[in-house]
Each structure stands twice: as structure tokens, then as C-alpha cells.
Design a protein around this ligand. Structure first.
Ligand code: NDP
Length: 448
């Protein structure tokens, strides 16, 4: 970092938020991309623009007590970080996972500001969640937890204030329980207060598929424009096996690629014939079982312990779709050595800074999650639009809009990379394109 202003603010953040490694990692990555913009706009310093940009507008932390099936009282911790509302109401998912803490939620909320800006929809950035682990819990336990979580969260959200959605550990079931509790407390059917809802009560067709499909729409555009290539005939590795990974894999196959490996947090499966998604969906969506079951049931498939080893599988294109920092320098170097041509992120910040450096230095195409996975939140925006006009669009209509949005996001990232003198550097492009709109709105609205 050479810009003095950015260096000074980063040093302050480092001191103040010393115990928040994921947040610092996200801030540093963004700052490194913004040097040229800040050099060009010295007026930002006088307005304290960057100091305000890295400080959440509001952080809520709360107790979530609930009763398990044996009658024992359990207590988890809930969070909502309302990071930036310059261009619209806060918007961002809720994550339920034991690894959730303030640092994780702040990094996700910070990334969300830029991601939402890239969609061109009027959505500010926020994120929330809890260290609750839905894995192994009964439906009743999950429902009681979600109700308790919403009993506090409801007072901080609203369709014009803050509109959560799903993320890791929060799918249609959890969103349903939370929406039900919100509706009961406020005694109003405010459909737009939360997205990822079921189709029978205001959800949008194609929202379930949107993040995964969107990754492929974006990546197909990048492959075409930057390498004159496509998914046709490519071998692809998709890490994770949750919502994002499942529909990313499905779209890869529809576009002519072959997904040969997928994972969960315990290990990965390799299927040289291509992952059978009917089996995988049944294991993950219906049985909520481990991915190792796939290898027990599909002849020729292998299961390997250790999810990080999935990058040992030779591929042309890698889509990390599980969680932050899931690919380190070793994983990235292995991909390079095996002749991989592109890494398009599906998860948020899945590559460590060292992994990004290796991928970029070796000339692989690379896109940060905040650009390539923005289809999920974009379609959440479309769900809110449908709720507001009290109409539902067909799957094809939503999918077409999603496709258009992802192509536009790619173009915005590419154009910004060219303007910054780094054509094809989609990380710089995404950060700059996302930042400029938010910065302009913040400057216009004064010191708030
Ligand atoms: P899910 O809960 O549906 O799936 C998460 C998957 O990642 C599971 O296979 C899980 O395995 C695995 N996983 C979780 N933590 C780790 C870990 N520490 N190491 C390795 N694997 C892990 O979540 P989503 O698919 O919704 O989210 C995946 C990623 O995509 C996240 O980074 C999320 O923030 C991002 N994202 C999600 C969007 C959405 O619309 N859902 C939108 C934009 C981004 P296991 O079952 O063993 O825990």
C-alpha cells in the first residue's frame, strides 16, 4: 500500500480491531485495490470517507436462549452488523455456524457493501448470524432457536431498514421459521423483510439456484471475453456441497462442463464420470447426510478425508464454494501445477491472500466472490421487487434478469480494471466499481 491516507486508516483499523483477522484481511484486500481511486480523489480524506467506510454504522450483539429436546437451556450469541446504508437499506444474509464471531460477520458485511453496489440494485451492506450449529439438531430445536433469534432481531430490521437473507446454515427451513416469528410479533405480512422465502409465502422462483447459476453466468462471460473459452468439455472442481455449490455444479453441467469433485467440511468425493447430481441433491437436501455417503452409493466414486485436499484433483476450472480461506497457498500452487486455467470464487473470500497472489501471478483468470457470487443477493433484490408489486415472475423471467445482471457485473468489473490500467484484474475491477457508487453517495449525503 503506497497511498498515505489508506496506510494511515489501515494502521488505525489494525490497532482498533486487532482481534478481527478476517475483517482485517478483507479491508486490506479492498484498500490495495483502491489506491488509484484515492490518489485521484484527495477530497475523500477531508470528508473522512475511508474512516467512515470501514466503521459499521451499527453493530448489534445479543443473547439467544433456547430449550433443546431434553429440556436443557442453551445460550448462543447473535449478531447483526449494519455496515453501510449509503445506497439503500442494509441487506445481507444470516449465517448459523459454530465459527461465527464478530470478525467473520464484519468481514462479510464489509464485502457485502461492494457486492450489493455491483448488482446496481439499491441495497446497502449488512450481515448477521449466530454461533449456533444447526447440524445434528432436530427440526423442533432449529425452530425454537430461530424464533428466539428473531425475538431480538425483529426490532432492528424492516423492509426499508434492513432485510436479511440466508447464508451458511440458513436455508429455506430457517428463513421460514424466522419469517413466521417476525410476522407474529409485528402482526404484519411484510414480505420484503427477509428473502429466500418459500414459494408459497412470497419467495421468488430461481432464488434457490441464483447464487450458483450466477457464478456460472459471470464465469462464462469472463471465459469468453478474456480467453475466448467456454465450459464446454472442461473438467471442473466445485468445493462445498451446500446451496451455492449444488447449483453452481448443476449450471456447469448444463453449460457442458464436467464436475468431478465436491466436498463438505469433513472431506471430498471424486467421481471420474462426473458427479451424479440426483444422488448428491438427495444426500444433501433430503437426507441432510455427509458427502461420504456419495462414495458408498455411486460405483467408481472415491471419498477422501480432509476438505482442503480437494484442490489436488486435476481440473481446468475451480469454483471454491464452501467458506472463507478454504484455499491456501498449497492448494493454489497445486491447481497451477496441474494446469488449471481459472479460479472463480463462489464463497466469500475463499482464497487466502497468498493463494490469490499465486493464482494471479501465474496468469490464471480469477474473480473475487463479491463479483461472481453477487447473483444471490441480486435475486434477493428481485424477490423484494416482486413482494412490493405483489406479483410473481416466472422462473425464466427471473433467470433472464439474473443472467443480464451477471453479464453487467462482469462488464463493470472489466471496464474498471481497464480504467485502473490493470485490464483483466477482476479483483481490482470489482473493488473499484463497487466502491465508486458507494463513495459518491456517501459524499453526497454529508457526514452521517
Ligand atoms: P451452505 O450452508 O448451504 O453450505 C456450506 C457448504 O460449505 C457445506 O458443504 C459445508 O460443509 C461447507 N463448509 C462450511 N464451512 C466450511 C469450512 N470451514 N471448511 C470447509 N467446508 C465448509 O452454505 P451456502 O452454500 O449458502 O454458502 C457457501 C458460501 O457461499 C459461503 O461463503 C457464503 O457466504 C457464500 N454465499 C452464499 C450465498 C447464498 O445465496 N446462499 C450468496 C453469496 C455467497 P458442512 O455441511 O460439512 O458444514
Amino acid at each position: 500500500m503506497t497511498n498515505e491516507y489508506l496506510r494511515r486508516v489501515y494502521a488505525e483499523v489494525e490497532k482498533r480491531d486487532a482481534g478481527e483477522p478476517e475483517f482485517l484481511q478483507a479491508v486490506r484486500e479492498v484498500f490495495e485495490s483502491l489506491e488509484l481511486v484515492i490518489d485521484k480523489h484527495p477530497e475523500g480524506e477531508k470528508a473522512g470517507l475511508i474512516e467512515r467506510f470501514v466503521e459499521p454504522e451499527r453493530v448489534v450483539e445479543f443473547r439467544v436462549p433456547w430449550v433443546d429436546d431434553s429440556g436443557k437451556v442453551r445460550v448462543n450469541r447473535g449478531y447483526r452488523v449494519q455496515f453501510n446504508s449509503a445506497i439503500g437499506p442494509y441487506k445481507g444474509g444470516l449465517r448459523f455456524h459454530p465459527s461465527v464471531n464478530l470478525s467473520v460477520i464484519k468481514f462479510l458485511g464489509f464485502e457485502q457493501i461492494l457486492k450489493n453496489s455491483l448488482t446496481t440494485l439499491p441495497m446497502g451492506g449488512g450481515k448477521g448470524g449466530s454461533d449456533f450449529d444447526p447440524k445434528g439438531k432436530s427440526d423442533g430445536e432449529v425452530m425454537r432457536f430461530c424464533q428466539s433469534f428473531m425475538t431480538e432481531l425483529y426490532r432492528h430490521i424492516g423492509q426499508f431498514t434492513d432485510t436479511p437473507a440466508g447464508d451458511i446454515g440458513v436455508g429455506a427451513r430457517e428463513v421460514g421459521y424466522m419469517f413466521g416469528q417476525y410476522k407474529k410479533i409485528v402482526d404484519r405480512f411484510d414480505g420484503g423483510v427477509i428473502t429466500g422465502k418459500g414459494l408459497s409465502y412470497g419467495g421468488s422462483l430461481a432464488r434457490t439456484q441464483a447464487t450458483g447459476y450466477g457464478i456460472c453466468y459471470y464465469s462464462a462471460e469472463a471465459l469468453k471475453k478474456l480467453a475466448n473459452e467456454s465450459y464446454e468439455g472442461k473438467t471442473v472442481v466445485v468445493s462445498g456441497s451446500g446451496n451455492v455449490a449444488q447449483y453452481c455444479a448443476q449450471k456447469v453441467m448444463q453449460l457442458g462442463g464436467k464436475v468431478v469433485a465436491m466436498s463438505d467440511s469433513a472431506g471430498y468425493v471424486y467421481d471420474p464420470h462426473g458427479i451424479d447430481l440426483n444422488v448428491l441433491f438427495d444426500i444433501k437436501q433430503r437426507r441432510r447426510a455427509r458427502i461420504s455417503v456419495y462414495a458408498d452409493e455411486v460405483p467408481g466414486a472415491e471419498y477422501h478425508e480432509g476438505c482442503k485436499n480437494i484442490w489436488n484433483v486435476k481440473c481446468d476450472i475451480a469454483h471454491p464454494c464452501a467458506s472463507q480461506n478454504e484455499m491456501d497457498a498449497v492448494g493454489a500452487q497445486t491447481l497451477v501445477d496441474n494446469g488449471c486455467m481459472a479460479v472463480f470464487e463462489g464463497a466469500n473470500m475463499p482464497l487466502t491472500p497468498e493463494a490469490i497472489e499465486i493464482v494471479q501471478k501465474n496468469g490464471l483468470l480469477y474473480s473475487p466472490g463479491k463479483a461472481s457470487n453477487a447473483g444471490g443477493v441480486a435475486t434477493s433484490g428481485l424477490e423484494m421487487s416482486q413482494n412490493s408489486i405483489r406479483m410473481s415472475w416466472s422462473f425464466e423471467e427471473v433467470d433472464e434478469k439474473l443472467h443480464g445482471i451477471m453479464v453487467n457485473i462482469f462488464n463493470a468489473c472489466y471496464d474498471a480494471s481497464v480504467e485502473c490500467g490493470k485490464p483483466g484484474d477482476l479483483m481490482v475491477g470489482a473493488n473499484v466499481a463497487g466502491f465508486l457508487k458507494v463513495a459518491e453517495a456517501m459524499m453526497a449525503q454529508g457526514v452521517v
